[in-house]
Design a protein around this ligand. Structure first.
Ligand code: 5GP
Ligand code: MN
Length: 341
């Protein structure tokens, strides 16, 4: 990574900095933004982190998490923070639209007036952003932020920043098991532990906090898993009545999608949910090997993400979404079946 000296100048001069990430934020989005906030504040900057919506419960223990401004409940404050910022950082997303309608519209208005910096690992970054540090070969944005902090002279990391980055890498690598986890990922992790990240405690904070409702919902979801055996695909569909029965909260379905890929000879899976507060059906897609769910989601569900993890939407009923998914799977049956050959 090369950081242009013009950006270093802008960083040095900036007084107010706004950081934002994608809606329905995950550990990588929140951890990356909070780590950058931690190091920038140490340099005397006024930093605000803006989230499109709620921070899930399993991330609320992160240092700084409770100071995050929510654009869905404090939209005018969020707009003002962006308008007042000397620099805007976009973390863990490749396009304005990933921040939701409101923030995307504000960012569109500001693109000619503000310097924007993108740190991200999704495919196809918006080319209009002034400084882009995008690397889809990286498992997490947090790894890119780590490198940015080093190269921009924003170190050394303190315990909070190490903890925030560790959380981003941990969650986006699926606890260091996904394909893109490299030697460098582990070298960074080693450095973060040496700078104070308490690895066992962080794992426990994130993964050992299930509510009874969440586990019951998982059990129900697993019972409903369907297999399209001929094509090597599986899916789980969850209707809103079921989610409500278990007192649905944001983040409650996190991780369920992965069970569909844990079956032998299954290379594509989907979690298809009818969320209580949304008028559309959400799809979470995961694949193994060569089958590209970024393209699959873009083709059928107006979404995207990465080669092996993507999201998308369907406008219609849950039953229609399931039918659309099954039809799409059949159209790519051989590709899916042979994805790991
Ligand atoms: P998840 O299934 O966990 O919601 O998302 C998986 C990955 O796909 C994440 O990296 C997320 O940022 C990306 N993603 C999820 N939904 C969308 C979407 O609607 N559009 C795009 N472009 N990416 C998405
Ligand atoms: Mn990410």
């Amino acid at each position: 990574m090369e950081i242009p000296s013009s950006l270093i100048d802008k960083l040095n001069r900036a007084r107010r900095i706004a950081l934002l990430f994608h809606k329905s934020p995950d550990g990588d989005a929140v951890g990356s933004a909070l780590a950058l906030k931690t190091v920038l504040e140490k340099k005397g900057k006024q930093v605000i982190v803006i989230s499109p919506d709620a921070i899930p419960d399993y991330l609320q223990w992160l240092p700084g998490s409770r100071q995050i401004l929510r654009a869905d409940t404090s939209s005018e404050q969020a707009r003002q923070a962006l308008e007042n910022a000397d620099l805007i950082f976009m973390l863990d997303h490749n396009k304005f639209e990933r921040t939701g309608k409101f923030l995307a519209a504000v960012l569109e208005q500001l693109i000619d007036q503000k310097t924007m910096v993108m740190l991200d690992h999704h495919l196809n970054p918006d080319k209009r952003i002034h400084y882009i540090f995008s690397d889809p070969s990286k498992a997490s944005t947090a790894e890119i932020v780590y490198e940015f902090i080093q190269k921009a002279g924003l170190g050394p990391l303190d315990k909070d920043a190490a903890t925030q980055l560790y959380t981003g890498i941990l969650t986006d690598t699926g606890s260091f098991k996904f394909d893109k986890t490299t030697g460098q990922t582990h070298r960074i992790i080693a450095d973060l532990i040496e700078h104070g990240a308490e690895n066992a405690q962080i794992h426990s904070n994130i993964y050992d906090v299930n509510s009874f409702d969440k586990i019951q919902l998982l059990a129900e979801a697993l019972k409903r898993m369907k297999i399209i055996e001929d094509c090597g695909a599986s899916y789980i569909a969850l209707d809103k009545e079921t989610l409500e029965k278990y007192n649905y909260q944001p983040g409650m379905t996190e991780g369920i999608v992965n069970y569909g890929l844990s079956l032998e000879n299954i290379h594509l899976t989907a979690l298809i949910t009818e969320k209580p507060d949304e008028n559309k059906i959400r799809l979470s897609l995961r694949s193994k090997g060569k089958f590209n769910v970024n393209d699959f989601s873009a083709q059928y569900f107006g979404g995207g993400g990465h080669q092996n993890a993507a999201g998308g939407n369907f406008y219609g009923s849950l039953e229609e979404a399931v039918q659309a998914f099954e039809k799409a799977v059949k159209e790519h049956c051989n590709e899916i079946k042979n994805a790991t050959e």
